[in-house]
Ligand binder design. Structure first.
Ligand code: E4P
Length: 216
């Protein structure tokens, strides 16, 4: 499974990239606002660090506006992935952009049938938001399982990009189901390494090593 960082913070992206854990980046208008940086500048900087897909979201709601913004964003770098909302205009833009060789991430997916439409529109990625479903007392991981089944039934190659991932448990669940990508806040990705028995084992081995009086 691929890991994308769900952030516009360049420092965190560099750190994860240096660790070799990063396959791509997703941003959204809220994350850009949080970074306090110019949208195109920050996307250009991220694309210069990360080789994989970097999602940049359009803000127009109509097809023509989306296509205009996408044309502008695509000029930034080859790995820019245009993120469009799951609306009729968004699907139309998705079809046009993917037919023109551009990677597209269809975002704000909350139902399996929406995901089917995105696959039919040729989406490169579909982003089901699992944490936001959990927030309203639904199991977001059920949605990932339904989409996996539908895409496998019809051999769609749209990648399931599990989004709104909040915990290590979410990551494990979507990996077991077979999501292609999980996009997570950097702290969640770094936290995946943690296990109390790993820490305890290291402590014990170092204490015993000390007893040998040897050095390396
Ligand atoms: C995905 O592309 C979105 O940027 C993101 O995962 C949203 O997560 P949130 O629900 O935690 O804001």
């Amino acid at each position: 499974m691929k890991f994308f960082a769900d952030t516009a913070e360049v420092k965190d992206i560099k750190e994860l990239n240096d660790l070799g854990l990063l396959d791509g980046v997703t941003t959204n208008p809220s994350l850009i606002a949080k970074s306090g940086r110019n949208f195109k500048d920050v996307i250009a900087e991220i694309c210069s660090i990360v080789e994989g897909p970097v999602s940049a979201e359009v803000v127009s709601l109509d097809y023509d506006g989306m296509m205009r913004e996408a044309a502008d964003l695509r000029k930034i770098a080859n790995n820019v992935t245009i993120k469009v909302p799951l609306t009729l205009d968004g699907l139309k833009a998705c079809k046009a952009l993917t037919s023109d060789g551009c990677m597209v991430n269809v975002t704000l997916c909350f139902s399996a049938i929406q995901a089917l439409l995105a696959a039919k529109a040729g989406a490169t990625f579909i982003s089901p938001f699992i944490g936001r479903l959990d927030d309203i007392h639904l199991d977001g991981t059920d949605l990932i399982a339904e989409i996996r089944q539908i895409y496998d039934n019809y051999a769609y190659d749209t990648e399931i990009l599990a989004a709104s991932v909040r915990t290590a448990l979410h990551v494990k669940q979507v990996a077991l189901i077979g999501a292609d990508v999980a996009t997570c806040p950097p702290a969640v990705i770094k936290g995946l390494v943690k296990h109390p028995l790993t820490d305890k084992g290291i402590e014990q081995f170092l204490a015993d090593w000390k007893k040998t009086g040897q050095s390396l």
